[in-house]
Design a binder for this molecule. Sequence first.
Ligand code: EPU
Length: 417
Amino acid sequence: MDRIVVRGGERLTGEVAISGSKNSSLALMAAALLAEGETRLSNVPRLRDVHAMLELLRALGARAEWVGAHSLVIDGAPVSNPEAPYDLVRKMRASFMVLGPLLARFGTARVSEPGGCAIGVRPIDQHLKGLRALGAKVRLDHGCVEATTAGLSGSRVSFDLNTVNGTQNVMMAAALAPGESVLENAAREPEVLELATVLNRMGAGVRGAGGDRIVITGVESLRGVEHEVSGDRIEAGTLLCAALVTGGDIEITGIDTASLESTLDKLAETGAEIEAQPHRVRARAPGRLRGVQVVTAPFPGYPTDMQAQLMALVATAEGSSVITERVFENRFMHVPELLRMGADISLSGRAAHVRGVPRLAGAQVMATDLRASAGLIVAALASEGDTVVHRVYHIDRGYERIEDKLRGLGAAIHREG
Ligand code: EPU
């Protein structure tokens, strides 16, 4: 099994281009099922999760293939089997987003229940609540969600909590549901807005995305489109933390800076110097950084997907930090690994108290999920000696060639098979 080996202590400098957003790509790949005709997505990152979604689209009968390094063509017309099997769905929860499009196109769909995952229980009740409101009959049968409808129709859905993929799933179904749908308490993440933008280019009538009330006028059919996926805001934030933890000075490009605001604000609070332009950001650590207080929250709050990386950053900052995780109930699995590297962190409930230490020490550590593993790599870059990160398949789910990108900035990092 692959390992990533990092020799800490190198200062990161230079420029790096951010890849396309994983989470936007996954939603847009599901949305391609709604269209009559081909959808072409460019700037799609080559990641394990994207491969898993491709495999699922093919299992459904869609044509889905790479047509260049980072471009995909997807044609949902040949879909013959609106059934997403457990083997594919369990690999990646985002697979559940095919339910809305399949139901809207075919009036019936069977998608395996995704179950929990390392970061929490992650129920799907809000996805189902929304689809039921649009007129789906949903039943759970031997671990499968079976949804059928004699015809969806527009309706009001008020989400009980903020759910990104839930909002996207219901929005996709509502795009083809005759009448008007209103999604209240909708997620405001940039990936929801990007999906709405693409749906509208396909011919949908979606208004208000990016806010918490989305109004959708259903249409009869949607057409295929071409779209370039936006830069990945979490990869961007991760690379900024990686540079800052080494006292570095880097510039990232290919990112919509507006999507990074809460991350950049928090990094600035640590004492980092941040210069943001609309599509590039320079970040520099002028000296030892300071501890901060942060609470993760839905967009535009501080992202849960950037929690582990910030914790690694402040592990060697001056003073204390309190990092509170409000989105997922079990997203502190990087903490025991950071302790092995010499960090001083204690947990109480949903809060981690981090007392900055002058330096960390390289160790053998285990990646437990995607963002936890990114946090470990950030910590390793600032550690004395070698860190070996095991189970790096987690990191390959969401970062394309992370070791190449970091090496390009001057890190001493390589992969061992
Ligand atoms: N939740 C429910 N019921 C539902 C749906 C969600 O209780 O029906 C709860 C979840 O258990 C969680 C909270 O609501 O506690 C928020 O979950 P959300 O549904 O927003 O998460 P998601 O849509 O499944 C996406 C990203 C995650 C990211 C979260 C939060 C994708 C493919 N995944 O997941 O990304 O952490 O939003 O921003 O878009 C990652 O990239 O590492 C990752 C985990």
